[in-house]
Design a protein around this ligand. Structure first.
Ligand code: ADP
Ligand code: MG
Length: 328
């Protein structure tokens, strides 16, 4: 099956007065229709910048330096704003980070949903039928259309945002931290809704976040981002059962173990600044090492790859065994 989304060597920099912030550095991955991918990494690792670039919704000082973003065989980098407007929602759509707070507080839900559609050139035949079916697909009663955003709970607002983003049956859905700021019960409901609509549409989906537990439940494959670079890519099974990059291992170790058999292991140091970031391995900088050589992609197994830096790939392996202990 042909990929519906193919990203090749994407580089996005923010050109600030202090120098370039290398927010996305040479990221490549592809998704087939119906596939779910998790994009994981700590705050500031470039996840939202990738999402915005995929929608070509990035704003100055952000600039796509190089790369291809092929959606359904079209390189959207080449599209002008008018063509891109048709592609958004139609082919690729995004639930932006903090989407529920982006609803207009002084406008009822109905005109906001309709605006989003007409803005993308849709002429609705039977508007009422369409709107109630749309609301129903995200588990909301159609009466919600008559309300203002402040009359809805956080989960309901997020559902409205999902409804807007799937309204034109996109082939690719990007959900940028759709459940942050929601309590765990609502989190689960929102994830179930996203799963359901994505399955119904047969769309490929990119779920952005840092919650490895959520990723394990939702995604088929996972890309781990660290300091603007993708450092490991593989199936959920590979990433959890055989993590190879030290940062991936640390992310997994920082999850609580429900059997209570080991201490939580935090991630040491602070993420490097992406401003004027030097070439080479960024994870080395975190642990007081240095490697300015180009880091090669190494195949671990079919579909499982890591950026293998010889200075740090085994970081934490011995330490991990040392801190394992059984609670009495
Ligand atoms: P994430 O979504 O993983 O938290 P972002 O994509 O939001 O990360 O940010 C990636 C990097 O780009 C961060 O270092 C952030 O500080 C920087 N950045 C984001 N927006 C801007 C901007 N408008 N100007 C300069 N730097 C920015
Ligand atoms: Mg973000």
């Amino acid at each position: 099956m042909q990929p519906i989304l193919d990203i090749k060597n994407l580089k996005v920099y923010y050109h600030t007065s202090l120098g370039p912030v290398k927010a996305v550095e040479d990221v490549s991955f592809s998704l087939k229709p119906g596939e779910r991918m998790g994009l994981v990494g700590e705050s500031g690792s470039g996840k939202s910048t990738i999402a915005l670039a995929l929608m070509k919704a990035h704003k100055y000082p952000a600039n796509i330096e190089t790369g291809e973003i092929i959606v359904d065989s079209i390189n959207i980098i080449d599209l002008d704003e008018e063509e891109m407007r048709k592609t958004r929602l139609n082919n690729i759509s995004m639930i932006p980070q903090g989407a529920m707070n982006s609803l207009n507080p002084v406008k009822k839900i109905r005109p906001q949903v309709i605006d989003a559609l007409t803005d993308h050139g849709v002429k609705l035949g039977n508007k009422e039928e369409f709107l109630s079916a749309l609301m129903k697909s995200v588990g909301l009663p159609k009466d919600v259309l008559k309300l203002f955003p402040h009359e809805l709970s956080g989960g309901m607002k997020q559902r409205v945002c999902i409804a807007i983003s799937i309204s034109m049956k996109p082939k690719v859905i990007i959900a940028d931290e759709p459940t942050s700021a929601l309590d765990v019960i609502v989190q689960r409901q929102i994830m179930e809704t996203l799963y359901k609509v994505q399955e119904e549409l047969g769309a490929a989906c990119i779920l952005i976040g840092h919650d490895m537990g959520l990723m394990a439940q939702f995604a088929d494959k996972i890309g781990i981002m660290y300091a603007g670079k993708m450092v490991e890519f593989g199936s959920v099974y590979d990433i959890f059962k055989n993590p190879q990059h030290p940062y991936t291992r640390l992310l997994i170790d920082s999850l609580p173990d429900t059997s209570g058999k080991r201490d939580l292991i935090g991630i040491p140091g602070i993420p490097p600044s992406l401003l004027n970031l030097e070439d080479g391995c960024s994870f080395c900088l975190r642990i007081g090492k240095k490697n300015t050589n180009e880091i090669p992609w190494v195949k671990v197994s079919k579909g499982h790859y890591i950026q293998k830096c010889l200075n740090c790939f085994d970081y934490g392996l011995r330490k991990k065994t040392a801190t394992k202990r059984t609670r009495k």
